[in-house]
Design a protein around this ligand. Structure first.
Ligand SMILES: C[S@@+](CC[C@H](N)C(=O)[O-])C[C@H]1O[C@@H](n2cnc3c(N)ncnc32)[C@H](O)[C@@H]1O
Ligand code: SF4
Ligand code: SF4
Length: 319
């Protein structure tokens, strides 16, 4: 059975929330850097009041990362964290935002909970800002220290590039001495034609090739009938997952003309600004058939690309 067959009965268990489309950095292969849709959309940001429209009675996990911004820049991020702190919240950030006092407050809020911050640090003092352009290493380390010493649980995510590949061991040692709980390596994906950054691998295989190889789709928003996930974009749209979010935003803000799954959502008001959570979820329930048909006919390329069974092996190594 597919989640949307009986979404109301099952209830949403996991949320992926994109609090804002603002960022202080300009990572060359981030979808927001040089994005026309970011210019067209202007600032888009969630508020706690809007988030409170979501029925969280069966919620267990919350993930704040997204495609187009850094969650910590959202004006109401502290209150949103407070609201979700008991739901195994994970926030991804470049860490070079806000004062060390603010990070101390967040560390205190998360102390003795399962919630955590993943800091995206791609190298050390001399290399991190090669990709994380505009970030300040000393400020990041002050923020990390303040957060961890107040009791906050922190993870280090390291994207591997040619310019930092020899610093992995040193970074791992530093992560231990600073009190990070985890250190993870992630293969960097080449997403744009920018050539300023050298990759250690050929980057992302062309999406066309990935798509050709894939067959059966296993939807991660409803995997094993246990996940039951929704994604909320920075402008309040409710979509099944961040992959749809990543494609829908440039379509909505006129950077691209086509979107393969627009046919699924075109007759639903998916915005929490103008519709209720219950209405949106009910509307998705009526889309179960069209989604299943799309997967079996290879008619939903976004789904085949991200959730086809021949998806590339997990590129994350935990140390
Ligand atoms: C758009 S970012 C938003 C969250 C936050 N601003 C950050 O950078 O962690 C979403 C995720 O993409 C990752 N990311 C950025 N550039 C990447 C690349 N070239 N390859 C793989 N992941 C990348 C980030 O580290 C983060 O985990
Ligand atoms: S810090 Fe995150 S959101 Fe900001 S530009 Fe880099 S990858 Fe994108
Ligand atoms: S990309 Fe498609 S198949 Fe994968 S989680 Fe999203 S909706 Fe489900």
């Amino acid at each position: 059975m597919f989640f949307y067959d009986n979404v109301n009965e099952l209830g949403v268990k996991k949320l992926h929330i994109e609090p804002t489309n603002r960022c202080n950095s300009r990572c060359p292969h981030c979808p927001r850097t040089n994005s026309i849709s970011i210019k067209n959309s202007g600032i888009k940001e969630l508020t706690l009041d809007l988030i409170k429209k979501i029925n969280i009675s069966r919620l267990t996990h919350v993930f704040m990362c997204g495609n187009y911004g850094d969650p910590i820049l959202c004006d109401e991020i502290y209150d949103i964290c407070d609201y979700f702190k008991d739901y195994d919240l994970n926030i991804d950030t470049n860490g070079s935002i806000r004062s060390s006092d603010w990070w101390g407050k967040l560390g205190k809020l998360f102390a003795n909970t399962n919630s955590r911050v993943t800091f995206a640090l791609d190298g050390l003092k001399d290399t991190n800002s090669i990709y994380r352009i505009g970030t300040d290493w000393d400020k990041i380390i002050d923020n990390v220290k303040s957060y961890i010493s107040a009791g906050g649980n922190a993870g280090w995510q390291f994207l591997i590039f040619d310019h930092n590949k020899d610093q992995v061991e040193e970074a791992r040692e530093l992560s231990k001495s600073l009190g990070f709980k985890t250190f993870k390596l992630k293969r960097a994906i080449r997403r744009t034609n920018d050539t300023s950054i050298k990759f250690v691998n050929s980057g992302w295989a062309s999406l066309e090739n990935v798509y050709k190889k894939k067959k059966e789709v296993i939807c991660r928003a409803s995997k094993n009938n246990k996940t039951y996930k929704f994604y909320i974009s920075c402008d309040g749209d409710v979509l099944p997952c961040c992959h749809w979010g990543g494609a829908y935003f440039p379509y909505k803000y006129k950077e691209i003309e086509n979107c393969d799954f627009a046919k699924v959502v075109s007759d639903i008001d998916i915005s929490l600004h103008t519709n209720s959570w219950e209405n949106i979820v009910n509307a998705y329930q009526t889309k179960s058939k069209i989604m299943k048909e799309g997967w079996s006919n290879n008619d939903l390329p976004t789904c085949v690309t991200h959730c086809g069974t021949t998806k590339r092996d997990n590129n994350i190594v935990w140390l």
